[in-house]
Ligand binder design. Structure first.
Ligand SMILES: Cc1cc2nc3c(=O)[nH]c(=O)nc-3n(C[C@H](O)[C@H](O)[C@H](O)COP(=O)(O)OP(=O)(O)OC[C@H]3O[C@@H](n4cnc5c(N)ncnc54)[C@H](O)[C@@H]3O)c2cc1C
Length: 497
C-alpha cells in the first residue's frame, strides 16, 4: 500500500476498536466521532493528503525498496548526506503546515523506527529474532503508512524510588508472564500524546531514566496496535472546546490529546517485541541505534517552523498596535530573531556534518542537535512571556466571533482598531496571540516543549557527562603551565656568571 491519503487514514482509524476514556465516558471504536478528536483527526488527514499534492510528490515520497510503490519520505533510510537533507525537506512541509504546533506528526516516530531498523544487528545481540522483529516492524509501518504514538514514562507515584521499588509491583507496566503466544503486560505508562488517534502504540524505555538489574520486568521495547485487547487510553480533558477557528485558532486545529496508557493484561506476540527484560539494552536504545539523532533532526526541523511562526506573530502584533519602534520592543523582537538564526544554524551544522553511523546509515551530527534539544526547552518558555509583555491588555480585550460579527461589530470596528489594522482583523490576530501564549492550549504547548523529550535537568546532566571537554581543558591547562613556567623563571635563583 502506498503513502496514505487523508481519507485512508480516517477510514483506518474509524474502523479500529480503540478503547478511550474521556470526559467521563468509556468508548470502544469510532474514535473519529468523539468531539474532542474530530478536528485533530481532520488536521492529521490533511497532512497525509500533502503526500499526494501535485508538485510535492518527490519531496514527500520515494520508491519503496520492497514494493516500488511511493512511500513516505520520513521512512527513507539515508545513505548519503543528501538523503538526510531530503528527509528534512519532507519534515519541513509537515512542520510548516502546522507552524510547529503538532509534536507528533508521523515523521517523529517514523524517524525512530527507521533508525532502529537500520541498527537491527544491535537488537540481535540479545537474540537474532529481535533483529528481524524490528526490521519487519519498520517495513510494516512504512508499507502501511501507519501513525505511531509512544509511551516511555512510568507513573510519577514516587520518583525517589526505582520503578521496581514502588508501592505496587504493577503500578508501572511490567511483564506479568511469558507464554507460548507472547508476553503479557499489566500496569500503566505515561503519557501517549495522540494515543487515541494513532494506529500503533510503541512502548519504549525512557530517554533519561536508567534501569538496573531489578528493573528487568519493566525493561522492554515493543509495539502493538492501539486497539489491542486490554489496552486503554485514559485522556486528560480536551482543550478543543468545539469553538470556531476565529475564537480558538490553534486549539480548534492542533489540540493533540495526551493520554495515560493502561495495560489490562495485554498480550504482545513475540514478533512485536524488540527488547525483553534487558535494562542494559534499554539504557542504550536511543544512542546506540542513532534513533536519538534522527528523532532530534525531526524535532529541530519542527522547532525551526515554530520559531519562525513566533517571529511572524510578534512582528504582526507589534505593527498592529504601533509599538515596533520602542526600544524594549525591538530588544524582545531581536530575541526571537536570534532564536530563529540559532535553530537554523544548528540544523544546518547537523546536516553539514552528517556522517555514516556504525550501521551504515547517514546520520546528522549529534552535537549541534543535542545542543538544540537542551537549549530550546528552556528558551521556548520565553516566547509566551514576550507575547504577554507586548500584547498586554490587548490579550484580554478579545470579543468572541459571536460578538465581533454580531451586535458588537460596530464597537469592535471603532474601539479595537489598530495602528495598521481594522478592528476585526486585530481581534483575529490577538486571539491567535492569546492561543499562543495564554490559553489552556498555550499552557500545554509550553509544558510540552519543556518536557516532551525528557526532563531537561537530566538531559543537561547527560550532555555534560557525554561531551568531550578534554581539548578545552588541555588548552586551559597549557596556559596555566605557561604561567607556572614563567613564575618559576621569575623566582629562579640567579645563575652565577
Ligand atoms: C504535554 C506532554 C506530552 C508528553 N507526551 C509524551 C508522549 O507522547 N510519550 C511519552 O512517553 N511521554 C510523553 N511525555 C512525558 C515526558 O517524557 C515527561 O514529562 C518527561 O520525561 C519528564 O518525566 P515526568 O513528567 O515523569 O517528570 P518527573 O520525572 O516526575 O519529574 C518531575 C520533577 O522532578 C524532578 N526530578 C524527578 N526525578 C529526578 C531525578 N532523578 N533527578 C533530578 N530531578 C528529578 C524533575 O526535574 C522535575 O522537575 C509528555 C509530557 C508532556 C508534558
Amino acid at each position: 500500500m502506498p503513502a496514505r491519503t487523508g481519507r485512508e487514514y480516517i477510514e483506518a482509524i474509524s474502523a479500529a476498536e480503540i478503547t478511550v476514556e474521556i470526559h467521563g465516558e468509556r468508548t470502544t471504536g469510532k474514535v473519529a466521532e468523539i468531539p474532542a478528536f474530530k478536528n485533530l483527526i481532520q488536521t492529521y488527514a490533511a497532512l497525509y493528503d500533502l503526500q499526494h499534492e501535485p508538485g510535492l510528490r518527490d519531496v514527500m515520497t520515494y520508491d519503496s525498496p520492497t514494493t516500488g510503490e511511493r512511500v513516505g519520505m520520513s521512512f527513507l533510510q539515508p545513505r548519503t548526506a543528501e538523503d538526510v537533507v531530503r528527509r528534512r525537506l519532507m519534515m519541513e512541509v509537515w512542520a510548516r503546515s502546522s507552524n510547529g504546533m503538532l509534536g507528533r506528526t508521523g515523521d517523529y516516530l517514523n524517524a525512530a523506527i527507521m533508525a532502529m531498523a537500520g541498527a537491527a544487528d544491535w537488537f540481535a545481540q540479545a537474540d537474532p529474532q529481535y533483529g528481524s522483529n524490528i526490521r519487519n516492524y519498520y517495513e510494516r509501518v512504512r508499507e502501511h503508512d501507519l501513525l505511531l504514538t509512544h509511551t516511555l514514562i512510568t507513573p510519577q507515584a514516587n520518583r525517589s524510588k526505582a520503578v521496581s521499588q514502588q508501592a505496587e509491583p504493577f503500578l508501572a507496566a511490567r511483564i506479568v508472564e511469558e507464554n507460548d503466544n507472547g508476553v503479557v503486560i499489566r500496569g500503566a505508562r505515561m503519557l501517549a500524546t495522540i494515543g487515541p488517534i494513532a494506529d500503533e502504540l510503541v512502548v519504549m524505555p525512557s530517554t533519561v531514566i536508567r534501569g538496573g538489574a531489578d528493573d528487568a520486568p519493566y525493561a522492554f521495547a515493543l509495539a502493538i496496535p492501539t486497539d489491542t485487547a486490554g489496552l486503554r487510553f485514559l485522556c486528560r480533558e480536551s482543550f478543543d472546546l468545539g469553538r470556531s477557528s476565529f475564537d480558538h485558532p490553534l486549539a480548534s486545529r492542533y489540540e493533540e490529546i495526551d493520554a495515560i496508557v493502561i495495560f489490562d493484561d495485554v498480550l504482545v506476540p513475540y514478533e512485536r517485541c524488540f527488547v525483553l527484560r534487558n535494562p542494559e539494552l534499554c539504557n542504550g536504545i536511543y544512542s546506540e541505534t542513532s534513533a536519538a539523532a534522527h528523532m532530534t533532526h525531526q524535532v529541530v526541523t519542527r522547532t525551526q517552523a515554530k520559531t519562525e511562526y513566533m517571529l511572524g506573530l510578534v512582528s504582526l502584533l507589534t505593527e498592529a498596535i504601533g509599538i515596533e519602534g520602542f526600544q524594549h520592543v525591538q530588544e524582545k523582537t531581536s530575541e526571537v530573531i536570534i532564536a530563529v538564526e540559532i535553530v537554523k544554524a544548528l540544523l544546518r551544522a547537523a546536516e553539514a556534518d552528517a556522517a555514516e553511523n556504525q550501521w551504515g546509515l547517514a546520520t546528522p551530527a549529534w552535537a549541534p542537535l543535542n545542543a538544540c534539544r537542551n537549549w530550546y526547552p528552556r528558551f521556548s518558555q520565553r516566547f509566551p512571556e514576550i507575547l504577554r509583555q507586548l500584547g498586554a491588555s490587548g490579550l484580554m480585550a478579545l470579543p468572541t466571533e459571536a460578538d465581533a460579527f454580531g451586535p458588537g461589530r460596530e464597537d469592535v470596528e471603532r474601539y479595537l482598531q489598530g495602528a495598521a489594522i481594522d478592528g476585526i482583523d486585530r481581534v483575529r490576530l490577538f486571539r491567535l496571540a492569546w492561543d499562543t501564549c495564554l490559553s489552556a492550549f498555550a499552557g500545554r504547548q509550553s509544558l510540552y516543549e519543556y518536557f516532551f523529550f525528557g526532563d531537561p535537568v537530566r538531559m543537561a546532566g547527560a550532555l555534560v557527562a557525554s561531551y568531550d571537554r578534554d581539548p578545552y581543558k588541555a588548552r586551559v591547562s597549557a596556559l596555566l603551565a605557561d604561567d607556572e613556567l614563567a613564575i618559576e623563571m621569575l623566582h629562579a635563583e640567579p645563575v652565577e656568571p
